[in-house]
Ligand binder design. Structure first.
Ligand code: ZN
Length: 196
């Protein structure tokens, strides 16, 4: 194990091989039906199969556990699985949308007990934060995945440490694939600026 400063709590500790996207996601992306079961990556105008995962020594064990219990465990128990099940979507199907149009529906989940909004938000926030504090490379020669959160990076870190509430002027919304046919697809965070 590499020793170093934990990216989240800042303490000098043995560092885990931390993932940008949870390791379990790669299992969903593997196809048992294909001769090459490894996920296909499309990045930097390159594509191919790879068993590599986006991971670097970033977090101490305590902060890994913080991320896991704060959001990842709940998300992984409720997201779309390789067997086609998707508990989060099933729960939403029983909820009346506050707006719907064609194949789009908008839900407020604050009264839906089966949906742990705090876990969803914490999980998503942790992924964006991870993408902002390091550059994540799938292949050594790629430019890597990195976003800039500017003045929001520090308050987001303190939110993830449970020191502050979710930062003002930030928002997270969650989109759920509504069709029965699930695409086994994962895309890491991307940055995009409009009007500065
Ligand atoms: Zn830590």
């Amino acid at each position: 194990m590499v020793h170093g400063e934990c990216g989240l709590c800042g303490l000098f500790r043995p560092l885990c091989d931390s993932h940008l996207l949870p390791r379990a996601v790669y299992l969903v992306l593997r196809s048992s039906k294909e001769p090459k079961p490894d996920p296909v990556f499309i990045y930097d105008e390159r594509h191919g199969h790879t068993s590599r995962q986006l991971k670097i020594p970033l977090l101490c064990e305590k902060c890994e556990t913080r991320f896991r219990t704060g959001g990842e465990d709940w998300v992984l128990a409720n997201y779309s699985r390789a067997d086609g099940s998707f508990r989060l979507r099933d729960v939403l199907k029983a909820v009346e949308p506050i707006y719907s149009h064609d194949d789009f529906a908008l839900y407020s989940t604050d009264k839906v007990q089966e949906i742990d909004r705090e876990a969803l938000i914490y999980f998503a926030a942790s992924i964006f934060w991870r993408a902002a504090v390091r550059t994540w490379k799938l292949l050594p020669y790629s430019s890597g995945i990195h976003i800039t959160l500017g003045p929001y990076e520090k308050p987001l870190r303190r939110y993830l440490l449970h020191e502050l509430p979710f930062p003002d002027n930030m928002a997270i919304y969650v989109r759920i694939w509504s069709y029965d046919n699930l695409m086994a697809l994962a895309s890491p965070p991307e940055g995009h600026a409009e009007q500065g």
